[in-house]
Design a protein around this ligand. Structure first.
Ligand code: NAP
Ligand code: ZN
Ligand code: ZN
Length: 349
């Protein structure tokens, strides 16, 4: 029976999140229904709930780092049976047919991927609602097998923070012999440090927070730069092959570009609400490049989960009840989280 799904929603860009209820669809033949156990809190949830990127739709139930247990499967489902662990990341559908979808790069679907929340289903009218909720119904093609050897709550952030840092590190073939900087030690950044280290690179964390300095080494960084310290920045000028920039707020990207070697690349994954100012000199000197990367497709997300399972890589988390979500947002904006809030959905009652 299709009972209402309990959730926390933003009703407008300026109101705090609060309790709300809605109905999920009855599972279709290829659908999986998942009882959500944990959902990570991504900075994209804040950007979208506050309409910082424009185009947000309300009510909005954020959340795209979802892990839980399968409660029902449609008649054609092959991947799961009731009781299995399952995950859902940042997208719940795409056209499944274009060149990008055919290559498993559904995030770049030519007809537009369908986000787990703040999106519209392929029928063109049904809004998608995310993981700050008690259950979700998703086509099995857009679900992931979740490792059972790791702490489930700490696995949840892999579904966005993990894949968003794994994918560019793979794309730019980062490995032994590379010196890599990860800018911003938040949810994405701390995963970037762990993954770049696991890939065999020399890893330097760049943070604005003096108090994260020692911790960065515990996470796997060989060295740490506090970006407010001009001497530390100057000492690393021209030293990096690759920089992964995860910063969520407007900042001077030119200062970081100066740290690239000849032919080095800075990949942007952070999406501040204001466009950066790029000095041509920052690129033409040393023939530097700037690029970007968006989450990851389903096959690569599964590959990342399997990699993390094999290497025992999870997120460092702070578990919260859903009632603390507005406080969690305020703390994330101050950079005050080590390193990902994860909602325990039991708290929905
Ligand atoms: P987060 O946990 O809040 O971390 C962001 C970090 O950026 C902060 O912890 C802080 O690290 C640093 N930072 C904040 N303000 C800064 C400033 N003014 N100058 C320099 N550094 C600053 O956020 P997140 O969840 O990791 O997300 C990061 C960004 O990636 C967001 O914009 C999010 O929307 C975006 N995102 C993109 C994708 C994609 O597919 N491309 C996917 C997910 C998220 P320190 O304290 O170490 O300085
Ligand atoms: Zn995210
Ligand atoms: Zn497509």
């Amino acid at each position: 029976m299709n009972t209402p799904t309990k959730a926390f929603a933003a009703m407008s860009p300026t109101t705090p999140l609060g309790p709300w209820e809605f109905k999920r669809r009855e599972p279709r033949p290829s659908d999986v229904e998942i009882e959500i156990l944990f959902c990570g809190v991504c900075h994209s949830d804040i950007h979208q709930a506050r309409d910082e990127w424009g185009g947000s739709t309300f009510p909005m139930v954020p959340g795209h780092e979802i892990v839980g247990r399968v409660t029902r499967v449609g008649s054609a489902v092959k991947k799961f049976k009731t009781g299995d662990l399952a995950g859902v990341g940042c997208l719940v559908d795409s056209c499944r047919d274009c060149a990008s979808c055919s290559e498993g790069l559904e995030q770049f679907c030519e007809k537009g991927m369908i986000g787990t929340y703040n999106g519209t289903e392929r029928d063109g009218k049904t809004p998608t609602y995310g993981g700050y909720s008690s259950s979700i119904v998703v086509d099995e093609r857009f679900t992931l097998k979740v490792p059972s050897n790791l702490d489930l709550a700490a696995v949840a952030p892999l579904l966005c923070a993990g894949i968003t840092t794994y994918s560019p590190l793979k794309h730019w073939k980062i490995g032994p012999g590379h010196t890599v900087a990860i800018v911003g030690l938040g949810g994405l950044g701390h995963m970037g440090v762990k993954l770049a280290r696991a890939f065999g690179a020399k890893v330097v964390a760049i943070t604005t927070s003096e108090k994260k300095k020692e911790d960065a080494k515990r996470l796997g960084a060989h060295d740490v730069i506090v970006s407010k310290n001009e001497n530390e920045m100057t000492a690393w000028a021209g030293k990096f092959d690759f920089i992964l920039n995860t910063v969520s707020a407007p900042h001077d990207i030119n200062a970081y570009l100066e740290l690239l070697k000849r032919d080095g690349t800075m990949c942007l994954v952070g999406v501040p609400d204001k466009a950066p100012e790029l000095q041509a000199f920052s690129l033409i000197m040393n023939r530097r490049k700037i690029g970007g990367s968006l989450i990851g497709g389903l096959p690569e997300t599964q590959e990342m989960l399997d990699f993390c399972s094999k290497h025992s890589i999870v997120s460092d988390i702070e578990i919260i009840p859903i009632q603390k979500i507005n406080e969690a947002y305020a703390r994330m904006i101050k950079g005050d989280v080590k390193y990902r809030f994860v909602i325990d959905l039991k708290s929905l009652g």
